[in-house]
Design a binder for this molecule. Structure first.
Ligand SMILES: [Zn+2]
Length: 344
């Protein structure tokens, strides 16, 4: 039993005033150090991806554009997405660290793992970087695992509060990957995609599973989605390995969204995902960092996920439950999605 941890904080990918800044990595490392959890983990140094690996998930123009902007000294890739002179190399490290960790778990060198990487990846589509994301780290890793290991059927679960439009785009016609995304959905909420009827293309119809939820859902709602949608979908799909887009911006204190999840709720979700992996694919699961912009929430959420991966049920939650009482009723939505995805 060993839990891999790879840390690629990309300190030189930074823009003052931007929510996705280099202080995120420092906050995480400071807490993991003070809580003395690092000694329990198998620390794996990040490595750079090769352009060939990134090309499994992206068009060449995505790689070239990031490279050109970094060579020019930095700039905006789109209105939300910045690059510095170091960002191209650091995005290659984020994709490489994720890929290396995924291969190690797929090959059984480690039981499971967590990669803290920046810049994040799940908004990056096949042909464009967007939404703070340069390359889609989890998609690059998934493609490489399928190409190089015996893990062919992959389930990707995206618990970031934003829809994983990039991951959806890359695997939309691929029935070897079950992509499930839970996300805030409604008028003007970024990125705007992620409706329930976006099911996948042709033979892959049904392998794209969106769980669009209204603002205000908290721990109980998220846990019922896990028990009544994600767990049965995993039992039906029978993955060889599970990859998690781990974003913590659904926490009630996060500035970018309006969900009411607590750190305890997030930790319980992580524990359940670890259990699902144990039941379906001998425990092979890798968490990959996406969003999470309230620094103390982010760092504690990473700590709790690591404890879950280590099989330790300790949960650290200095913020407690959301002060908002009452949560939207999800019974009807869950029933409709069970029917749509043939889970009942
Ligand atoms: Zn997000």
């Amino acid at each position: 039993m060993s839990t891999l941890f790879s840390f690629a904080p990309a300190y030189e990918h930074n823009l003052i005033g931007h929510p996705e800044h280099a202080g995120r990595g420092k906050a995480v490392m400071d807490l993991l150090t003070s809580q003395q959890v690092l000694a329990d983990l198998a620390l794996v140094d990040p490595v750079m991806a090769t352009p060939e690996q990134v090309r499994r998930a992206h068009a060449q123009n995505v790689i070239e554009r990031a490279q050109q902007i970094s060579l020019r000294g930095g700039g905006q890739i789109d209105a939300d997405t910045y690059a510095t002179d170091a960002s191209y190399d650091l995005a290659m490290v984020a994709a490489g660290a994720t890929t290396n960790a995924a291969l190690a778990v797929a090959n059984g060198e480690h039981t499971n793992g967590y990669v803290f990487v920046r810049p994040p990846g799940h908004h990056a589509e096949y042909s464009r970087s967007m939404g703070f994301c340069l390359f889609n780290n989890i998609a690059v890793a998934a493609k490489e695992v399928q190409a190089k290991t015996n893990c062919k059927r992959l389930m990707i679960v995206d618990i970031d509060v934003h829809h994983g439009n990039g991951t959806q785009d890359i695997f939309y016609g691929d029935d070897s990957v079950l992509f499930i995304s839970t996300h805030q959905f409604g008028s003007f909420f970024y990125p705007g995609t992620g409706a329930a009827h976006e099911l996948g293309q042709d033979a892959a119809s049904g392998f794209n599973f969106n769980v669009p939820i209204v603002a205000g859902v908290g721990d109980a709602g998220y846990l019922s989605i896990m028990d009544q949608l994600i767990a049965p979908a995993a039992q039906k799909f029978k993955p060889d390995m599970i990859l998690i887009s781990a974003g913590f911006d659904a926490h009630w204190q996060d500035p970018l969204a309006s969900m009411e999840l607590s750190l305890t709720g997030y930790a319980q979700l992580a524990q359940k995902l670890v259990s699902i992996a144990q039941e379906t694919c001998e425990g092979r699961i890798l968490f990959v960092q996406e969003g999470g912009y309230m620094l103390d929430v982010l760092s504690h959420a990473v700590l709790n996920c690591l404890n879950g991966l280590l099989g330790n049920d300790k949960i650290v939650d200095p913020f407690g439950l959301s002060p908002v009482k009452g949560s939207p009723d999800l019974v009807k939505m869950i029933k409709e999605l069970q029917v749509l995805h043939l889970l009942k």
